[in-house]
Design a protein around this ligand. Structure first.
Ligand code: PLP
Length: 354
């Protein structure tokens, strides 16, 4: 692909941050990839200095929310090579979000080439500290100026990069979850399966209320019966009851996570009994009561695997595995993390070396 590269002068490059104090998403690299869409076509992309955009106050994204994004990471292996995990799957998923939001699709191969080019320029930004990574945020927004409600005909697609710290700097730390009956995340026929900005805006209040009560995340139930589990915070969720591993099916109102998909693939290949089926919150509390609930964990790019130590629902709290990380969660975390960092053979062709 033909890309214009406007490199930042050596003297103007940012000082690299302390890799032991990265946090999440507050530091950005020197360059970004930008491509605009006008008159029915994506224009020639540019890799240029990370900088502010200039937007018309009537830009449609600011009013009606045509905004979609992705989240993936670049990992520095012990061999000092840089690896990506299923990157084209993220870009394909972005196209599904684009279709749902009446936004233009991107050319996955071209944009992937652009991402590789950007990463080659920003190699130094991929942290070396154990567990730290370079978070990659592809985003698309409607930029056409106008207050009429319809699909915009101008868009901006961009990729920014942010070095992020290890999710578990002191080892696994099971989280406590608040099951909300008051709020729902997505309804059948809505946009719950698209990675679109409005889903996150709509979820903030439930998260704030749960945090005020001492819980880390919210577990969402289905919008119709408020009975069946959907997902947790911004992660998909798995339960181990007896010997069965259960995750809710992709019903249209949950996000089809790539980590979820990878966990399904691994556990099936390990010969474990894994099913995608509806699971009610009552079934989970009953399993906790009769001692068969063995593990609960979330899956997502940021944490990889996030063990759940306790659930609160209707004033009742159930402990999961005495609040400790389960065996399966640990095994999945180790396996996935080692594949992502290029430390383990990857029979699935998930990993792409830069
Ligand atoms: C991104 C996201 C996930 C996890 O997807 P991954 O591809 O595994 O990172 C799950 N749920 C929601 C709501 C998300 O936005």
């Amino acid at each position: 692909m033909d890309i214009t590269i406007e490199q930042v002068d050596e003297g103007e490059l940012k000082a690299k941050p302390d890799e032991n104090k990265l946090g999440f998403g507050s530091i950005f690299s020197d360059h970004m990839f930008v491509m605009s869409y006008v008159d029915g076509h994506w224009q020639k992309p540019v890799i240029k200095k990370y900088q502010n955009f200039s937007l018309d106050p009537a830009a449609m994204v600011l009013h009606y929310g045509q905004a979609i994004f992705e989240g993936l990471k670049a990992y520095r292996g012990k061999d000092n090579q840089i690896y990506l995990f299923r990157p084209k799957d993220n870009l394909h998923r972005m196209n599904k979000s684009a279709l749902r939001m009446c936004m233009p699709e991107i050319n996955v191969d071209d944009v992937f080439e652009g991402l590789e080019e950007l990463l080659r320029l920003e190699k130094e930004w991929v942290p070396s500290v154990s567990g730290a990574t370079l978070y990659i945020r592809p985003t698309m927004v409607a930029t056409e100026a106008g207050l009429g409600v319809r699909p915009a005909n101008q868009y901006l697609f961009f990729i920014i990069l942010s070095p992020v710290g290890a999710y578990y700097p002191e080892g696994f730390n099971p989280v406590t979850i608040y099951v909300t009956e008051k709020y729902v995340r997505a309804v059948p026929g809505g946009v719950g399966n698209a990675k679109t900005a409005g889903n996150y805006a709509a979820s903030i209040m439930a998260a704030v209320e749960a945090q005020a009560q001492g819980y880390t995340q919210v577990l969402w139930l289905d919008a119709i019966e408020r009975k069946y589990v959907e997902e947790v915070g911004t992660m998909n969720i798995f339960f181990v009851i007896g010997d069965e591993i259960i995750t809710p099916p992709l019903s249209g109102s949950i996000l089809p996570g790539l980590t979820r998909d990878s966990v399904l693939r691994l556990t099936r290949d390990w010969g474990l009994d894994v099913v995608e089926r509806r699971i009610s919150i009552d079934e989970i509390f009953n399993a906790a009561a009769d001692g068969t609930l063995r593990e609960v964990f979330g899956t997502g790019t940021a944490a990889v695997i996030s063990p759940v130590g306790a659930l609160s629902y209707q004033g009742n709290v159930c402990q999961v595995n005495s609040g400790k990380t389960g065996e399966l969660a640990q095994r999945l975390f180790d396996e996935l993390q080692e594949i992502q960092f290029g430390q383990r053979p990857d029979p699935y062709d998930w990993v792409v070396k830069l």
